[in-house]
Design a protein around this ligand. Sequence first.
Ligand code: CMC
Length: 391
Amino acid sequence: SGIITLDPGYKNTGSCESAITYLDGEQGILRYRGYTIEELAEKADFLEVAYLLIFGELPTKSQLEKFHDDIRDQAVVDEEMKKILDSFPKSAHPMGVLSSLTSALIAFNPSSVNVSSDEDMYRAIVKLMAKFPVLVAWTLRKKSGLPLDYGDDTLGYVENIAKMMFKKPNKEYKKNDIVINALDKLLILHADHEQNCSTSTVRIVGSSHAGLFASISAGISALWGPLHGGANQAVIEMLEGIKADGGDTKKYMAKAKDKDDPFRLMGFGHRVYKNFDPRARIIKKAADEVLGDLGVVDPVLDIAKGLEKEALEDQYFVDRKLYPNVDFYSGIIYRALGIPTEMFTVMFALGRLPGWIAQWREMRLRNEPIGRPRQVYIGETQRPFADIEKR
Ligand code: CMC
């Protein structure tokens, strides 16, 4: 004690020991519980990956079935929650709505707050894995003016999410494997990323024993910012802006490099990756495939590729080791799937949910102390109080 090490933004401070996600920023390696992101995105589905992240092992068939059955049992949200959703204006940003609804879940599920045993934790986790997709679907349906509905428990986890989101009234819902596979892949690629801003938030809120739902709701708020998960929405808005401005990518490259201009190339750069973001590589390839399979032609995909090419050859970006990150191409896929731009960060939250849960669970099982950083005080030392007339 006595000497405080100052590290704004915690660029070099480890906040915990963790056995969940391995990230090597120099080599561009990302592994969940030891399995490479490339292999998981190719061979696993999202629920399997969620199980892996949260409980540490790939599930056997029966473990996965039990987990899924437990989730199905809880896949309802109290009808009263609809009133809360109703009271939001349709123009409300879906991330604000989602974090509020997640907080509101606490009031309807009080037993999920004080979890002391691993069993209590399991119940809270299952509830959240079950109810969160309903909230996500409702958030989208509210935005699109569609009636609120529940899922179909004969379907797979992601298939059910797609149906809850996209089903139109009076119209039979047809499963589309391209959509399901694309969603599975995107959700897996977003599922965890060690101690990023929202995950650190979940851990620090959870460290006061605030409960899982409150911790996750705080994580959603942290994710919303454009420097973090909000970047996926910001990327599409930037690409649309460039398109509307005649597609002059060079002009925007110059703006991004101009230190007097606050503009940044959204979807570029990362705190840890200094070589490339392995998720971006997979997502770029998937964007080409999904748009091709769905027969979607999106002119902003060409603008994105043009920007990437220019940036990778530009000294400013090379010197600072700035590469496209996970958010650079993801929005183009979400858009091709018919998801509105303001919902992109909600999709990120849906994907990150198992990672947040896994990190929260690990922290609680390890009995970590309350998160409480120190500071270096630089204000006035001591001053006599002045009466209001004399100030
Ligand atoms: N465009 C232009 N310049 C940039 C960019 C960018 N996107 N990113 C970083 N720089 C410059 C920055 O100005 C600084 O230059 P200098 O050394 O001359 O002052 C240098 O690169 C280092 O940047 P930094 O801001 O100190 O780096 P950081 O680790 O604090 O920030 C970041 C990382 C991701 C917040 C930042 O790169 C950024 O704002 N990127 C755009 C937003 C974005 O895409 N966020 C998503 C991140 S990945 C997924 C997620 O977290 O959700």
